[in-house]
Design a protein around this ligand. Structure first.
Ligand SMILES: *Cc1c(COP(=O)(O)O)cnc(C)c1O
Length: 310
């Protein structure tokens, strides 16, 4: 249903990596679609199919004002002829930012709610109220994480089996993407998630998602062995940055032709480089880094950041 462009694997050269005797390759999944990029494409694929199967005309989802998920869902709805509604956390600020402007241009109806109300996003009574207001929609949870997202990400994980690598690194927000990839790859390699949030609750979250996913399937959670989540590379928490991180992102772009965003992939690549420096990898091993996309907000973020810091 959704357009898909197959994506390249970029060989990453860096003195630190060469000195450690390892190989780093980057799956540029950010290039799979101009607007529904990276993991969001895979998370939406089977949700859209399910919405079609149920004959729904409207998609409704939740997100913050800079959300990659809102951006991608609005474009997916447009491409597949659904109406869409975005429940946005916080009051509307004029002028609206480029992420929300784009969503509106795709036809998404934006409905702003207070942070307090937004917290009820999984509450049945609150959702019922939204149904009375907006009609019979197909609900996609915040960040798009549900069993259909896992199915899509598992398919993506399986597709990576044609590459040869020992470790896979990716960023983790809600945990949906890593859970799907773990399910798809089994224990073909070590899978390492880099948490972009402060705290260590994601391990449990991913365990729960894997349990939901394996229900009724012959795979049991015992085959999901070789994965972990790193919790020390969040740079202060979700969407928080440091001057060092912003400098690193600029250097990656200018010297390595690698565009990264500050919320997810910048922290991911930072973690990879730190782990290489620490000697975490055996000489001769290959690390596959999954570029999960999210570049839509990067320019805005860089501009905002420069305004604040100058
Ligand atoms: C949403 C997003 C993630 C996080 O994915 P989860 O499935 O929520 O863990 C990672 N990278 C990018 C670029 C994203 O937009």
């Amino acid at each position: 249903m959704l357009q898909y462009t197959s994506t390249p694997v970029q060989e990453f050269h860096h003195p630190t990596i060469e000195a450690a005797g390892v190989r780093v390759i980057i799956k540029r999944e950010d290039l799979n679609h101009p607007f529904i990029s990276g993991n969001k494409w895979w998370k939406l694929k089977y949700n859209l199919a399910e919405a079609k199967r149920l004959n729904k005309k409207i998609l409704l989802t939740f997100g913050g004002a800079y959300s990659n998920h809102i951006y991608a869902t609005s474009a997916a709805a447009h491409e597949c002829n659904f109406e869409s509604i975005g429940i946005i956390r916080g009051e509307e600020v004029e002028p609206i930012n480029p992420t929300l402007r784009f969503a509106r241009e795709q036809g998404m109806k934006l409905h702003f709610v207070s942070r307090e109300e937004y917290r009820k996003k999984n509450d049945i009574v609150f959702i019922q109220g939204l149904r009375e207001k907006f009609g019979d929609f197909y609900l996609i949870p915040e960040g798009g994480t549900n069993e259909f997202a896992l199915k899509g990400c598992a398919e993506f994980g399986e597709s990576l089996l044609s590459l040869s690598f020992d470790h896979l690194y990716l960023p983790v927000g809600t945990g949906g993407t890593i859970a799907g990839i773990i399910a798809g790859l089994g224990n073909a390699c070590e899978i390492v998630g880099v948490s972009v949030l402060k705290g260590d609750f994601l391990k449990k979250e991913v365990d729960q998602l894997l349990n939901i996913y394996s229900q009724g399937k012959k795979n049991t959670s015992s085959i999901y062995g070789n994965w972990s989540i790193l919790t020390s590379y969040h740079h202060g928490g979700y969407a928080k940055v440091t001057p060092e991180l912003m400098g690193f992102i600029r250097e990656m772009k200018q010297q390595h032709n690698l565009p990264l965003d500050p919320v997810y992939t910048g922290k991911l690549m930072w973690a990879v480089m730190e782990d290489v420096k620490k000697g975490s990898f055996r000489r001769g091993s290959t690390i596959l880094v999954v570029h999960t996309g999210g570049l839509q907000g990067a320019t805005t973020y860089q501009n905002l950041y420069e305004e604040i810091s100058t």
